[in-house]
Design a protein around this ligand. Sequence first.
Ligand SMILES: NC(=O)c1ccc[n+]([C@@H]2O[C@H](COP(=O)([O-])OP(=O)(O)OC[C@H]3O[C@@H](n4cnc5c(N)ncnc54)[C@H](O)[C@@H]3O)[C@@H](O)[C@H]2O)c1
Length: 293
Amino acid sequence: MTNSTIKTIGVVGAGQMGRGIAQVAAQSGLNVCLLDANKELAIGSVARIGKALDRLVSKERISQEVRETSLARISPFSDFQDLADCDLVVEAAPEREDIKIDIFTKLAAVTREDTILASNTSSISITKIAACTGRPEKVIGMHFMNPVPVMKLVEIVRGLATDDSTYEATVALAQRFGKTTVAARDIPGFIVNRILIPLINEACFALYEGLGSAEDIDIGIKLGLNHPMGPLELSDLIGLDTCLAIANVLHQELGDDKYRPCPLLKQHVAAGWLGRKSGRGFYAYDAQGKRVN
Ligand SMILES: NC(=O)c1ccc[n+]([C@@H]2O[C@H](COP(=O)([O-])OP(=O)(O)OC[C@H]3O[C@@H](n4cnc5c(N)ncnc54)[C@H](O)[C@@H]3O)[C@@H](O)[C@H]2O)c1
């Protein structure tokens, strides 16, 4: 499989990342099979991509015609068998090893031998995910940033057995999406989250220890370090469940207590305060994901 022969991609997990990946792929002219745990979720996600494209039309970034043709390329599914003809599949399901292993086992069974199987995992070992497929040379990490249509970077992570043609085709595909790639080794957190998650976790400790309010911490980092977003508002965007899952992988896999997740982060996740997607995290949000406090 080379970049020029990739015409249809599958996206497994139609949450915030999967929707973004499906959108950029469709806007790049690919057919997209968007799969979620059930058909209603997948159909709802296609509708949400339609709304995202509407916003681009109203900002005059794309024409109405491009909106229609892009959306028409995305089909919702819930049965893995419907991904049989995909040339490449990107998995964007929750950050849990058991879920990802289950998905890759199914993907390996239904897709062709030459289909590239990519994971958008933030921290889980690509080598471990690849081992369940029987063709680890075709498995790779394709780590998009959030929000996918806006953020320019894709981290490309080779597992121990990933072959050169899989790597080259995946880099070329990311470039076709208008992205810049960096190559990261398959070590927990890769490059971006190895650095970002300790920052977010430390901001949680700062709040937990009363160094300042959430707002003070975010303004401090934004204006003091020239970051476009503060770490707590960024963690609300990422999803506190995802941040905690990555922190746990860093802590367990690297075995260093400096990565231990902050109790306040654990508590928020236990309460279901997951950030923008649940309406409350360190801040509160309306149904459109707009901050209300
Ligand atoms: N949120 C971020 O900022 C971010 C950034 C980069 C990478 N990631 C990674 O992307 C992945 C997805 O994160 P997200 O923020 O989109 O999560 P999310 O919770 O928004 O979406 C996950 C989706 O997967 C679906 N799902 C659950 N089990 C499934 C299954 N067995 N088969 C198919 N679909 C299933 C859920 O219904 C949901 O729609 C994670 O691995 C995460 O680490 C997230």
